[in-house]
Design a protein around this ligand. Structure first.
Ligand SMILES: Nc1ncnc2c1ncn2[C@@H]1O[C@H](COP(=O)(O)OP(=O)(O)O)[C@@H](O)[C@H]1O
Ligand SMILES: O=c1ccn([C@@H]2O[C@H](COP(=O)(O)OP(=O)(O)O)[C@@H](O)[C@H]2O)c(=O)[nH]1
Length: 238
């Protein structure tokens, strides 16, 4: 199976070697089991600190996004440091380079690509480009909720959403540099058009990523193409 894992910066906790190592072990394990694996790494608190400081200094949103992109690439290098020689040696800066690495059987690693989006969109675009079977968003909350769960204790998690419904849920979240959303708007639109099977889950425990790949089971949110009622991927691969 071809899998793209989006590792939110909030999940990877860049200065925590144990956490980065644990995620690398899971990704490595999937590759050893014969899966083709690409990982896209977010910027986390380090990116947000840079963005906050540069915003105070008067930088515009594109400049702030660029700071964010550079930070995601640093974090991607951290993941590469924890992976074996099976991984590409540096973060791919475009989809063709990442796709070529996957074709060679390497674990491709990316950070950001261009201002105006987040690594959520990079993950969705890479998944579309390589025709992935599964896109996993490993984030810091256990799925997509009907409101920000960090601010609304009564927020309800969706077990399943169509990609179009996902667009509606996140449409009002602001798109400034460093903003937080479980999946960004561009990513949702790419998921909608590509129809790639997508799961959003709490990735703070990396074993949940391996578990969903191997069993199809998870406690997060399934994003399904509009025309499908049931996630079918795992049934197809039994
Ligand atoms: N409807 C929602 N459902 C889930 N999370 C939401 C929602 N709206 C806002 N959020 C926020 O999105 C955050 C996750 O985004 P972010 O911090 O960018 O994660 P990551 O680093 O994993 O990309 C959560 O901490 C949560 O506060
Ligand atoms: O292709 C990209 C990827 C990231 N970013 C910027 O980098 C920040 C941090 O990336 P991301 O939001 O993906 O990190 P995470 O939410 O996972 O910590 C984003 O808010 C954007 O400002 C960007 O402009 N283009």
């Amino acid at each position: 199976m071809k899998i793209i894992v989006s590792l939110g910066g909030s999940v990877l906790a860049p200065r925590d070697s144990e956490r980065v190592g644990a995620h690398a072990t899971v990704i490595e394990g999937l590759a050893e089991e014969g899966h083709t694996v690409g990982a896209v790494v977010g910027g986390g608190t380090v990116a947000r600190k840079y963005i906050h400081t540069a915003r105070e200094l008067g930088a515009n949103e594109i400049e702030l996004d660029q700071l964010g992109v550079d930070t995601t690439r640093l974090n991607a290098r951290l993941l590469i440091a924890a992976l074996s020689e099976r991984a590409a040696t540096r973060p791919a800066r475009d989809y063709e380079t990442a796709g070529a690495a996957l074709r060679r059987g390497e674990i491709a690693v990316m950070g950001g690509v261009t201002p105006g989006q987040t690594t959520d969109a990079v993950s969705a675009a890479l998944a579309e480009y390589v025709n992935a079977d599964l896109l996993v968003y490993a984030t810091s909350v256990p799925g997509v909720f009907d409101a920000d769960p960090d601010e609304n204790p009564d927020a309800q998690r969706f077990d399943r959403l169509s990609a179009g419904e996902l667009v509606d849920v996140i449409a009002d979240i602001e798109m400034t540099a460093g903003s937080s959303a479980p999946v960004d708007l561009l990513a949702a639109k790419i998921i909608e058009r590509s129809g790639v099977r997508t799961v959003v889950l709490d990735g703070t425990d990396p074993d949940r990523i391996g578990h969903v790949v191997n069993t199809g089971e998870h406690d997060g949110t399934d994003i399904v193409p509009a025309e499908s009622d049931e996630p079918t991927y795992w049934a197809m691969n039994d």
